[in-house]
Structure formats: C-alpha cells, structure tokens
Design a protein around this ligand. Structure first.
Ligand code: URA
Length: 240
C-alpha cells in the first residue's frame, strides 16, 4: 500500500494533509532519515510520524471503561460520545472503529471498539453465546424467584415477539444482582428487571466472556492484547 494511503487510513490526515506531512519531513524512518515521498518503500514498523511509531494497523480492538453519560453513537447531536474518549485519529481510521454492541447512556463498564467485522459478529451473535455480565443496583428488594424466571428461556419482554434466551442471575445483596446474558437487546437488562417488577437504578457491565474491567479506570482505554481477545471468546492462547 502507498505510504500516503496507509497514513490516511490510520487517521493521520486526509491524503492531501498527509502529502504535506511528507513534504514537511514529519514522516521518517526509525533512524530519523526523512521519507520524502509516499512512493518510497518502507514498512509500517520502520516508519515514524513526528518521531513516534505508527498506530497499530487493522485489525484494531480497544478495551474501554465507559463512564455513565457518554453515548455509543457517531451522532454528535446525542451528546458526549465514546469516540471522544479515544484519540481523534482513531475516529478517522479506515476501516472504521465501531462499538461492539452498545451500552446505553446511563450504563457504565466494559466496552470494546473494533474494526474487525468478524470479531464484531462473533461477539454480538447470540448463537456464539458470549456471556456479557452486568451488575445492577435495584430500586426494590429482589423477590426471590428472579433467577428461576430469567433461566427459563420463556421470559417475554414488553414489545418483543421472542422470549429472552436463558440468563444467569447471581444475587449479591437484597437489592444487588449480577446478571449474565448472551443477547444484546435494546435496554435488555433494565427491561428484564422491569419484567419482574423491579427497576434498575445503576448498571455496570463488568465482563464480556472471561475479559473483565480489571484495573481500567472509568473513561480510560487500552489496546486489546491477544490475551484479551482470547478471553472475550473464551479461547485458550497457545504459549509463545
Ligand atoms: N442492558 C441494558 O439495559 N443496558 C445496557 O446498556 C446493556 C444491557
């Protein structure tokens, strides 16, 4: 791939802006020698932009701790966007990063962004049965039968035609529970608790597959490592 297209696809600038970066000497090799033309031969690994290694090529996946109040959308009219939490360059990449499913505005927690269509499909398809786990604080004490109701695969949510797939509920306290689901229906967790006469006051996604939020602070992100990707799909990684 031509070097100008490579940099443009990584979001460094438009093809015209990138041409200027070459002319200005901002694109170099690791040893500092300038790459003056987009037609020179250089591998991404040996290239530098403003002295820094290039961002990772596609496929790229980010692990993000979404705070309450930001929206999983590209539409700036909807308020603060999750894309505002990552470097602006990442928002201009081609292929584009998109969120793996959505967390609603009032829900915090583990969110993945990826440009890998295959991964996206595998993580959101209920058939692949990747468990997403949420911790909920509830407005009212649990009745006691919720785990049974959620596990049946017969729970029909308002306005839905098909019942929810079986879900797992763990009681953490009188008004606190951990719920794991394989689907990602609109406001699913809130609607499931509404269906059993309760109301979710706060909600956090704590894991996807075996990947947990860990030490990632609210609003922070990191590049997903191979071990993270293996964890979300519950794969075993071969030792190096
Ligand atoms: N269920 C919800 O109600 N909200 C989310 O953001 C995710 C699952």
């Amino acid at each position: 791939m031509r070097l100008d297209r490579l940099l443009a696809n990584l979001g460094y600038g438009s093809r015209r802006e990138v041409a200027e970066f070459f002319a200005e000497g901002r694109v170099t090799r690791a040893d500092g020698r300038e790459i003056r033309s987009e037609t020179e031969r250089a591998t991404p690994a040996e290239m530098r932009f403003d002295g820094q290694p290039l961002d990772p090529l596609a496929p790229l996946t980010l692990v993000l701790h979404k705070p309450v109040g930001v929206v999983c959308s590209h539409d700036e009219d909807e308020g603060a966007l999750v894309y505002g939490l990552i470097p602006p360059r990442f928002g201009r990449r081609n292929p584009a990063l998109s969120t793996v499913g959505r967390l609603d505005k009032e829900t915090s927690g583990l969110l993945l962004l990826t440009d890998d269509g295959g991964l996206l499909h595998r993580l959101i398809s209920p058939k692949k049965a990747v468990w997403k786990t949420y911790e909920a604080s509830l407005a009212r004490p649990l009745r006691g039968d919720e785990a049974e109701v959620f596990s049946t695969g017969a729970l029909l949510l308002e306005n839905d035609k098909k019942p929810c797939l079986p879900a797992r509920l763990e009681i953490l306290g009188p008004q606190q529970a951990r719920l794991s689901i394989v689907e990602g229906r609109y406001h699913q967790v809130r609607r499931m608790f509404a269906a059993v006469g309760n109301h979710v006051e706060s909600l956090q996604r704590v894991s996807i597959g075996a990947l947990t939020l860990g030490e990632l602070a609210s609003g922070q992100w990191r590049l997903a490592a191979a071990a993270d990707l293996a964890a979300v799909e519950n794969r075993v990684v071969a030792a190096a």
